[in-house]
Design a protein around this ligand. Structure first.
Ligand code: DC
Length: 225
């Protein structure tokens, strides 16, 4: 099986780019952030403070988080309910960043990520895929862009969805999440030593897709044909 690990900070375009690249080469796309978001969503539903590690961890045995696929699109099930459309709000983003810093939450989601990679050719995106989850991935990419550029993209996305939010709020959120993701004790966001950095600050969407396809082609082109 082939595994392509794509890590990087929030808003670097990992999920949109990975989804298209996966379609292009016929691999399964796995968005691991959605798993952390599902835990966060459950925590919020249960009126638990996402920074309260004890209460969050106590909820884990009562939670079943599963990934599935419908027409090739990833779906996330929380206690058998499809919650995919509930996970991409600023509130869930902030809570996901908080709960993902707890070791037991990461362990809770670990085997599922490993299992899906064992059975499929995959592109998996997240923060610790190349470093912790799939250290033997054949291709590792660290996708990044400046905080301002990432905030600008997220701002446009939220505005399009009709959310009335200020740019400065989005930028502050991105900076806070970078800070959390990079400085947490367990599995912090790090570039794997053997990852190739792709900085998309000056690239548009299709250029980012192209840059990644070229890296994959160079590394395993013969293998996937
Ligand atoms: O990629 P995302 O924005 O959907 O991720 C949501 C949060 O989950 C993010 O703040 C960091 C965390 N996360 C993580 O810690 N490890 C991963 N492999 C994926 C996401």
């Amino acid at each position: 099986m082939y595994a392509i690990a794509i890590d990087g900070p929030a808003g670097a375009g990992k999920s949109t780019v990975s989804r298209i690249v996966a379609k292009e080469i016929g691999f399964l796309y796995v968005d691991t952030g959605a798993l952390y978001r599902a835990v966060a969503y459950s925590v919020l539903q249960n009126k638990i403070e996402p920074t309260d590690s004890k209460a969050v961890c106590a909820l884990l045995p009562h939670m079943e988080v599963r990934l599935g696929y419908e027409d090739g699109e990833q779906q996330v099930y929380l206690n058998k309910e499809n919650v995919t459309d509930m996970l991409r709000t600023p509130r869930v983003s902030a809570a996901a960043s908080a709960v993902s810093s707890f070791g037991p939450v990461r362990e809770f989601l670990f085997s599922q990520q490993k299992d899906i990679a064992r059975e499929n050719n995959i592109i998996m995106d997240g923060r610790d895929i190349g470093t912790v989850v799939l250290p033997n991935a054949q291709v590792k990419i660290y996708l990044t862009a400046t905080a301002e550029e990432r905030a600008g993209r997220r701002f446009d996305e939220l505005r399009q969805k009709g959310e009335n939010i200020a740019f400065d709020t989005v930028l502050a959120d991105i900076r806070k999440r970078d800070e959390n993701d990079m400085n947490r004790k367990v599995s912090p966001l790090r570039q794997a030593p053997d990852a190739i950095v792709v900085d998309t600050s000056q690239m548009d969407f299709m250029q980012s897709v192209q840059a990644i396809l070229e890296i994959i082609e160079k590394k395993i082109g013969q293998g996937i044909k």
